[in-house]
Write a protein that binds this ligand. Sequence first.
Ligand code: ADP
Ligand code: MG
Length: 257
Amino acid sequence: MVQRQTQTIISVKDLVKKYGQFEAVKGISFDVYEGEIFGLLGPNGAGKSTTLEIIETLREKTAGEVWVNGFNLDKDPDEIKKVIGVQLQTSGFYPGLNLLELIDLFAGLYNRPVNARELLKSVNLEDKAKSKFKELSGGQKQRFSIATTLINQPRIIFLDEPTTGLDPQARRNLWDLVKDIRAKGTTVIITTHYMDEAEVLCDRIAIIDSGRIVALDTTDKLIDDLVASGFERPREVKKANLEDVFIHLTGHALREE
Ligand code: ADP
Ligand code: MG
């Protein structure tokens, strides 16, 4: 784990989101530190995507305040857009274009010059430069989607369930990619339903349930606190789990070619 910085890059205060009468986000507050991988965990419908999309300037909030990189969401949404990387909807990945052409297209939207080949290389897709999006495997699609978040050289990227549906090899490969991105100085906010993944990747975690944050701390501290409260696993913990068996038998190598 890299040394954590305590410089705040995102600050959310008393954020509320109502859809009609239904309050999906009920006044949450949290800070994200520069250079960390921050996990937003919670059951389906907890309000994770809503929260991320509000910070990403893609969804209106009902109340509260949000700052990103020193910019206030209400006053300077365009400044926020410049420093964040958002996964683009795959519906925008025109079926007839290859990966190089898609990156050039998106770079044009951002009005940024980009070395498309370098970018593909950084997500280990240089061999697929001339392939179309629809021809990629699930893991390759996710890597390409992550590449699109990096086009505008953002300071922060948002990944909403990037590993859902991937096989164990592709999931591990994506963990390495996310760690690489963070190692280059980019702050990462990620949602996932895989607790092993959160444990491996995240420096700090907010657990959100029914629109409220029920815990927020480093991954270690959350686990230590539970143990200190007297929690014990109902049966003896084995030294390996089924996923260890699976990886042991099938290896780490990606199977998507
Ligand atoms: P999560 O990402 O944690 O699964 P969401 O933020 O997608 O949760 O959704 C939170 C709650 O808000 C859910 O109950 C969901 O049904 C509701 N919701 C999300 N988007 C809308 C919308 N556009 N209109 C009405 N309700 C919505
Ligand atoms: Mg969601």
